[in-house]
Write a protein that binds this ligand. Structure first.
Ligand code: R1P
Ligand code: URA
Length: 254
């Protein structure tokens, strides 16, 4: 795809983007994230992919929703990378996998368990889904500056939300419950649906990729209360600020 061409799913061209992108899965989070930047403006919407743009310390940053799950996340990462974006951060909400998590705490993601289907069509299962160290450190720095409560670690990425949150009613109840406990005992801190695809596709395309999510329990979701998103948004935009200040990225082959 040339950068003059309209990207098939995102409906963006090369001129619309810079080097940086934030990737919430929920289109409702796009405008509030862009609002923390200078000169926020709507750029395009097609299907579940809504894009706004702003600047952070003079650098163009797009905010593009990926939709739920690996397949649409892979599309968004592919098309943004083809247009020239080289640094991306997944932003979203997850369940927690640790009993001591405070509702609303952030998780800065160092990697993801590939318990989903999309990345198997990119790389064999032995290949790890690992975040860029530069993005992880920038997110930590920004979370500290935002005064956010957070922990760092692995996300569990799956394809079935109800398989995670209501396993007992699934035909595979025993297997789902046992697998979930296995991931928990292995150290996973949260469960969501996009990070593994973002990290593996990012790695294949030489994109610096990381992720930050707000951990919000199923019980809290069921109350209908909105999660307190300000620390999440401040951390995501603050991390871009840190990366912009650092300047040139470290080359993968250096
Ligand atoms: O709130 P977002 O970021 O969409 O993330 C989580 O919520 C959705 C499921 O309800 C999945 O996309 C999951 O990853
Ligand atoms: O995938 C998700 C998203 C939010 N909460 C969960 O428990 N799981």
């Amino acid at each position: 795809m040339s950068t003059d061409q309209l990207a098939h799913h995102l409906h963006l061209r090369g001129d619309d983007v810079g080097r940086y992108a934030l990737l919430p899965s929920n289109p409702d989070q796009v405008a509030p994230l862009a609002a923390l930047m200078d000169a926020p403006e709507f750029v395009a919407r097609n299907r579940e992919f809504e894009t706004w743009r702003g600047t952070v310390d003079g650098e163009t940053v797009v905010v593009t929703s990926t939709g739920v799950g690996g397949p649409s996340t892979a599309l968004a990462v592919e098309e943004l990378a083809a247009l020239g974006v080289d640094t991306m951060i997944r932003v979203g909400v997850s369940g927690s996998m640790r009993p001591d998590t405070r509702n609303g705490e952030l998780a800065v993601l160092t990697g993801a368990i590939r318990d989903e289907g999309t990345t198997r069509q990119y790389m064999p299962v032995e290949f790890p889904a690992i975040a860029s160290i530069e993005v992880v450190l920038a997110l930590q720095d920004a979370a500290n500056r935002a005064g956010a409560t957070y922990r760092c670690g692995l996300a569990h990425t799956k394809d079935s939300y109800y398989g995670e949150t209501e396993p007992a009613r699934m035909p595979m109840a025993a297997a789902l419950t046992e697998r979930f406990e296995t991931w928990r005992r292995g150290g996973a801190i949260c469960s969501e649906m996009e990070t593994a695809a973002a990290l593996v596709v990012g790695s294949v395309l030489d994109v610096r990729m990381g992720g930050v999510v707000l951990m919000w329990s199923r019980e809290a979701i069921d109350t209908g209360a909105a999660p307190p998103a300000e620390p999440l948004y401040a951390t995501a935009v603050g991390a871009v600020r840190t990366l912009v200040a650092a300047g040139a990225r470290t080359a993968r082959d250096a």
